[in-house]
Design a protein around this ligand. Structure first.
Ligand code: FAQ
Length: 322
């Protein structure tokens, strides 16, 4: 019998690169460079944490939703975010990192989550604004990720994006209803949009010139567009929606540029962004404390589930008397 020789690292790398060049998918059992694996774990974990932490600002309004219909919609949306977190943690597990490890890193402050969820939800209009702007930004960012080079991440994104579309529409519909209401309600919507506009633009990450990861992530097909490209796409998509809604986007420099066939817009406060991602945003401490408490309070559920799983996997003769 002839034993075929193990391919060396150069051959493995060539095979990996040719898969990337063909726009094919890398799957969990395929060989991959360590840097590719690490970048994916970093991005997917941050994305998963964002979904889970993102449940908090909206969850804040479940008990105070103004009608049964609005409450049911909000409950369903927040539950969807939990599901998105689970798909994403599962995608990360295929890269050899457990969900427990990732959660522990999150609550120790060793992994990030989206800056946007460190801002408070001060009025009920924020539920609509988050749906419209935050889910709108998430869709712009995530639709291209359906074509990301790592199979489990791209497949998770397909379902996530479908659900995010519903989230975006419910937010827009909520705001539209408020805009058809009283002057007070219209003022609430405008005040909410004023607070969330700039943080929504920051969701796309730092400008391309200050983005250390973009070039390599694009070369590996993990990211399909740069941060600035997606931010521009979001602005162009949102301006006509704001007009239809009757709200003003709080940027005096926002203007259509006929030559570029795109909107010019002002510069987000990047110093504020850096502070928020370093942990010094308005709600960072509260979000992590809440997540830590939920994790600790849920310890008994995990222990019971593990004990049940161990028992149901025991051989038949040791369990049938119980
Ligand atoms: N917040 O070099 P880059 C949602 C970090 S889901 C915090 O440009 P990259 C659904 C970045 O990690 C929202 N940190 O990085 C929902 C890096 O730090 P590191 C989440 C940020 O990875 C809706 C450093 O800055 N979506 O909203 C942010 O190439 C409503 C340098 O940055 C995703 O995660 C930020 N905004 O590009 C849920 C999408 N931006 O790790 C509930 C997937 C950058 O080196 C309610 N992720 N940083 O220490 C991505 O597309 C990318 O990771 C980017 C950042 C674009 C976020």
């Amino acid at each position: 019998m002839t034993v075929s020789p193990q391919p060396d690292e150069r051959e493995l790398l060539e095979a990996f690169e040719s898969t990337i060049d063909r726009n094919d998918r890398i799957e969990p059992r395929d060989w991959m460079p360590e840097g590719y694996r690490k970048t994916l774990v970093r991005q997917i974990a941050q994305h998963a944490h964002s979904e889970i932490i993102g449940m908090q600002p909206e969850g804040n309004w479940i008990t105070r939703a103004p009608s049964l219909r609005r409450k049911a919609i909000l409950l369903a949306k927040v539950q969807d975010e939990a599901g998105h977190g689970l798909y994403l943690y599962s995608a990360c597990e295929t890269l050899g990192t457990s969900r427990t490890e990732l959660t522990e890193k999150l609550i120790a402050g060793a992994q990030k989550y989206s800056s946007i969820f460190n801002y408070p939800t001060l009025s009920y209009a924020d539920v609509g604004t988050i749906g419209w702007l935050v889910d709108g930004a998430a869709i712009c960012n995530q639709v291209p990720l359906c074509r990301t080079s790592f199979g489990p991440y791209g497949r998770a994104m397909i379902r996530v994006c479908k659900e995010e579309s519903f989230h975006q529409r419910q937010g827009y519909e909520l705001l539209m209803t408020m805009m058809r209401g009283t002057d007070e309600q219209r003022a609430m919507v405008q005040e909410s949009v004023d607070r969330f506009w700039w943080p929504s633009l920051m969701m796309f990450g730092p400008p391309d010139d200050d983005s250390p990861n973009t070039a390599q992530s694009m070369a590996w097909g993990i990211k399909r567009n740069t941060n600035d490209d997606l931010r521009q796409r979001f602005v162009d998509m949102t301006v006509p929606q704001a007009k239809a809604l009757g709200v003003t986007l709080p940027d005096p420099d926002l203007v259509w540029n006929e030559e570029r066939r795109a909107h010019d817009f002002g510069t987000p406060d990047w110093a504020e962004f850096q502070q928020v991602i370093k942990g010094n945003g308005p709600c960072n401490a509260q979000r992590i404390a809440h997540r830590r408490k939920a994790h600790e309070d849920g310890a008994w559920v995990r222990e019971a589930a593990m004990a049940f799983a161990a028992r149901t996997h025991e051989p038949e003769e040791t369990t049938h008397d119980r």
